[in-house]
Write a protein that binds this ligand. Structure first.
Ligand code: SAM
Length: 444
């Protein structure tokens, strides 16, 4: 690979004796990986079902390397089910440093397409709150699609400027992740276009933007909370340089202990760098702590049931009791023609570019409600009245994913469709045939 001389000079001064080792990796195949989604499954259940071998990653508890020549992974039924997320292995390291605990309120500030959000949600496993923000609107829609595929119910997806979001949600989050836009030096093997876009000027402008995003993020971290900064670049200016400038601007923050047993040490004890020498494409992650005692801030968004919508509430409740044996968590709310189940610890979301809060239950059409794909994707099979569970070699799996009608032996009504016990969508069963409700945009 032909790399810019200025970049190579920087790598030489960053890696010293290891520089030659790095150069010897530049023409190798990029590392690829998956992270397991515990909302849907466990590694013990998932790994034997995969049609390729995997190897445990050192960067994340539920991360695995996959062979570099795996083709068509996005078309696998297990991918459609949200059982795993395809992610570069070293990119998983930042969430390891974030140390998410069940019940945490977590912000992923630069979240699209959603790899790290998926890891955070898997760690929360339905508890607490995951707020995923992406400033670029069309990327926020991709984030939402992944959010739904992974079956995340306890979350918010927004498209808002970091400074607006973080000021309004001041001191709200236990954990905040800033996976900042960067010059992408760790993407060179995967995406050669990143090489042609690289320049010294670009590195400096990225560093300025990163510091500004990180300064905004600081505001919404609770006292006693954690802020993790990460990039997929090697550059000193965009990494150590940003952290040092941030700490000098924000004396209420201090360096945390990475706790990392992977990657390369940096001059900062709170940060770790991963290069292809350490078997990752390239990542930097730093852990910062906000000084002070943790305080609990009560959520301020408690939607009132509007009495003029009583009929709509009853229709939505009827739908839920028709689908579930055990009703899902969440506060049923109706906004315009849609019903949602909102997470219990939600702050005031107005004016924050929210494109989804909680789970979309369904959309009202005249006097009835049409359930949503997202509602079934976030449901546990054991909580549902009707599930058509298809085995790995059942031809109905690909027919269903193509949007075709299939045979169904359940009783009449809305029925979840599962692949090896993991829900992939739903349909409406009538006289032993399932009318397919798999969304058109997701069909194979
Ligand atoms: N965390 C994501 C994941 O794991 O899938 C990847 C995030 S990517 C490295 C950085 C994101 O920051 C991009 O989606 C980009 O659109 C967004 N971004 C670009 N400019 C930004 C800005 N000024 N403020 C906040 N985010 C920005």
């Amino acid at each position: 690979m032909n790399l810019p001389k200025d970049f190579l000079d920087e790598m030489q001064s960053l890696l010293n004796d290891d520089y030659e080792k790095y150069i010897n990796t530049t023409d190798n195949e990029p590392f690829r990986g998956i992270s397991v989604n515990r909302i849907k499954t466990t590694p013990e259940k998932l790994l034997p079902l995969l049609p390729f071998d995997v190897q445990k990653s050192p960067f994340y508890d539920d991360g695995y390397y996959i062979p570099s020549d795996v083709q068509g992974i996005g078309n696998l039924p297990l991918h459609h089910s949200g059982a795993f997320y395809v992610q570069e292995p070293s990119a998983m390291s930042a969430v390891e440093l974030l140390d998410v605990q069940k019940g945490d309120q977590v912000l992923d500030l630069c979240a699209a397409p959603g790899g790290k959000t998926s890891q955070i949600a898997s760690k929360l496993c339905g508890t607490g709150l995951i707020w995923s923000n992406e400033v670029v609107k069309n990327r926020a829609n991709i984030l939402l699609s992944n959010f739904e595929r992974m079956g995340i119910a306890n979350g918010v997806v927004s498209s808002c400027y970091p400074e607006v979001l973080c000021e309004r949600l001041s001191g709200f989050f236990d954990k905040v992740l800033v996976d900042a836009p960067c010059s992408g030096e760790g993407m060179f093997r995967k995406n050669p276009d990143a090489v042609s876009e690289w320049s010294r000027e670009h590195v400096i402008s990225c560093a300025n933007r990163q510091l500004s995003i990180l300064n905004s993020a600081a505001e919404c971290v609770k006292p006693g909370g954690t802020l993790v900064y990460s990039t997929c670049t090697f550059s000193y200016e965009e990494n150590e340089g940003v952290i040092k400038a941030f700490l000098s601007d924000n004396p209420d923050f201090e360096m945390g202990d990475t706790g990392a047993h992977f990657g390369r040490k940096t001059e900062l004890p709170c940060a770790v760098r991963i290069t292809p020498i350490e078997s990752g494409e390239g990542h930097f992650a730093a852990k910062l702590l906000r000084k002070g005692e943790s305080t609990t801030i009560l959520p301020s968004y408690l939607p009132n049931r509007d009495r003029k919508n009583n009929g709509l509430y009853q229709t939505a409740e009827q739908l839920l009791s028709d689908i579930y044996t055990e009703l899902p968590d969440g506060i049923l709310t109706i906004v315009k023609e849609k019903a949602y189940l909102l997470p219990k610890c939600l702050p005031d979301i107005n004016g924050l570019g929210v494109i989804r809060s909680g789970v979309l239950v369904g959309e009202f059409r005249k006097n009835r409600i049409e359930p949503s794909h997202a509602l079934f994707m976030s449901s546990k099979p054991s909580s549902l009245k009707r599930v058509l569970d298809l085995t790995a070699n059942d031809t109905r799996v690909s027919e269903f994913l193509k949007g075709l009608e299939i045979d169904c032996d359940s009783e009449n009504g809305y029925t979840a469709v599962a692949y090896c016990g993991i829900i992939i969508g739903f349909g409406k069963c009538s006289n032993r045939r399932l009318k397919n409700k798999y969304p058109k945009g997701l069909r194979i």
